[in-house]
Design a protein around this ligand. Structure first.
Ligand code: AMP
Ligand code: ZN
Length: 457
């Protein structure tokens, strides 16, 4: 049987997974900054690590899965201020929305979900330790900074060196810092912002220190796997390494994993570019019964280290493939049994998943099995299909109910029919369609130029 190998961003190599404690795995994933709904790009990263956790568990590991919530930062403060809402109430709502989106996508809840504002003490302890080791200093503006040139390994994850960074990136020189690459650990309090008392004066934490403190508290100074999106390698994860290894003088993380971007066209989907869809608006347009599993299937069909394009066609295609698998389960009722790993297709599936979570090959094995189920009409093979899907959180719904779906209205077709009716001056028909859609909770918005958009109420 092939052992699990993981591509480690730190070494740029696939390595056999050897946990610190045999049979156990500790994993920390950088979670959302809760200032808005997550977009489908964020959802991809969270779905990837959900897959990793599920596969580790299916492989027999006892997993501790930690994913944090960043609930204090500039964007959160700005949004709460714009809305005239207290920060705590605002983040309660955004956290609840995030949990709801994760549930709709069938993502496992982490075992621990630390929130930054509840770990200020551990953060301050860490900063004090860094200061006592000469790795942190107080700037002229009252902020506390990490001194990167005093940490010898700086740049080892992102393979950047300080000279290139200084030359290559136009890092603004700030009078308060000794070196433009130094990053903030503690921000001095400003009027109207939340702050906590500390030996460095009242203030609030920088973003990077949160993850060093929370991961250390929940998983120990050294742990197995740390994950996040591709963009977090630098500076976020580089800075986490500097803080944690600077303070503890022992290795921080054994396996670094990064999920590639979900793109719109050639660009990363991102809030700042404005080229994004929230996970919930995408889910709202899919079948309410099938949509969550369909979107998750779409997000995981490509390999997690390959970029993925978000297009309606690919999303639809994922739905068709998934329905194909469920159709086999409906046609041939599945016997309930654990996975028979001695079956050659099961072994191929396992080998693929063990090869750095190679989902394209693993899903190809499922489709092959579907064809075998259809050919042989074997309940045992149908059961194997269901059980294999189950190892990574798919195919667990009742096939009949899944395939029936939830939407009986073809909204796009009705919208098109209404436009045609309007053009033909058949306003009675157009109004009737609007009323029918309205009764089903769908609101139409007629745009200048004749186009009509729709959304759920
Ligand atoms: P944020 O809330 O912006 O800190 O992002 C949460 C997570 O989503 C981080 O791990 C990001 O790296 C990840 N992420 C952001 N944009 C994308 C994208 N377009 N594709 C995949 N992951 C992303
Ligand atoms: Zn982080």
């Amino acid at each position: 049987m092939s052992p699990l190998v993981i591509y480690n961003t730190l070494t740029r190599r696939k390595e056999t997974f050897v946990p610190l404690v045999p049979g156990r795995a500790g994993i920390y994933v950088c979670g959302p900054t809760v200032y808005d709904f997550i977009h489908v790009g964020n959802a991809r990263t969270f779905a990837v690590f959900d897959l990793v956790v599920r596969w580790l568990r299916a492989s027999g590991y006892e997993v501790t899965y930690v994913r944090n919530i960043t609930d204090v930062d500039d964007k959160i403060l700005d949004r709460a201020r714009e809305r005239g809402e207290p920060i705590g109430a605002f983040t309660e709502r955004t956290v609840a929305a995030f949990v709801e989106d994760c549930e709709r996508l069938n993502l496992l809840a982490p075992d621990r979900e630390p929130r930054a504002t509840r770990y200020i003490g551990p953060m301050l302890e860490l900063i004090e330790r860094l200061e006592s080791k000469g790795l942190a200093y107080r700037g002229a503006n009252g902020d506390v900074f990490f001194s990167v040139h005093d940490f010898p390994g700086y740049g080892k994850l992102s393979r950047k060196n300080l000279a290139d960074l200084r030359a290559g990136e136009r890092v603004a020189v700030e009078a308060a810092k000794r070196d433009p690459l130094d990053f903030v650990l503690w921000k001095a309090a400003k009027p109207g912002e939340p702050s906590w008392p500390s030996a460095f004066g009242a203030g609030r934490p920088g973003w990077h220190i949160e993850c060093s403190a929370m991961s250390g508290r929940e998983l120990g100074a050294t742990f197995d796997i740390h994950g996040g999106g591709w963009d977090l390698q630098f500076p976020h994860h580089e800075n986490e390494i500097a803080q944690s290894e600077g303070a503890n003088a022992e290795p921080f993380v054994n396996y670094w994993m990064h999920a590639a971007f979900l793109n719109m066209g050639d660009e990363k989907m991102s809030k700042s570019l404005g080229n994004f869809f929230t996970a919930r608006e995408v889910l709202d347009r899919l079948d309410p019964v099938q949509g969550g599993e369909q979107l998750r299937f779409f997000l995981l069909r490509g390999h997690y280290r390959s970029e993925l394009a978000f297009t309606p066609e690919l999303l639809e295609d994922a739905g068709n493939a998934l329905r194909g698998l469920y159709t086999a389960l409906r046609e041939v009722p599945a016997a309930r049994s654990p996975v028979d790993w001695s079956h050659p297709i099961a072994a191929r599936f396992r080998d693929a998943m063990n090869d750095d979570f190679d989902t394209p090959v693993a899903f190809a094995a499922l489709h092959e099995l579907r064809a075998e189920v259809n050919r042989t009409r074997s309940g045992a093979l149908s059961g194997l299909l269901r059980a294999l899907g189950g190892t990574i959180g798919f195919l667990q719904r009742d096939p009949e109910a899944f395939l029936k779906g939830g939407v009986t209205l073809d909204v796009d077709a009705l919208v098109a029919e209404r436009s045609a009716a309007k053009k033909a001056k058949d306003y009675a028909r157009a109004d009737a369609i609007r009323a029918q859609l309205d009764a089903s909770g769908i609101v139409l918005e007629d745009k200048p130029g004749g186009a009509t958009e729709w959304r759920k109420k």
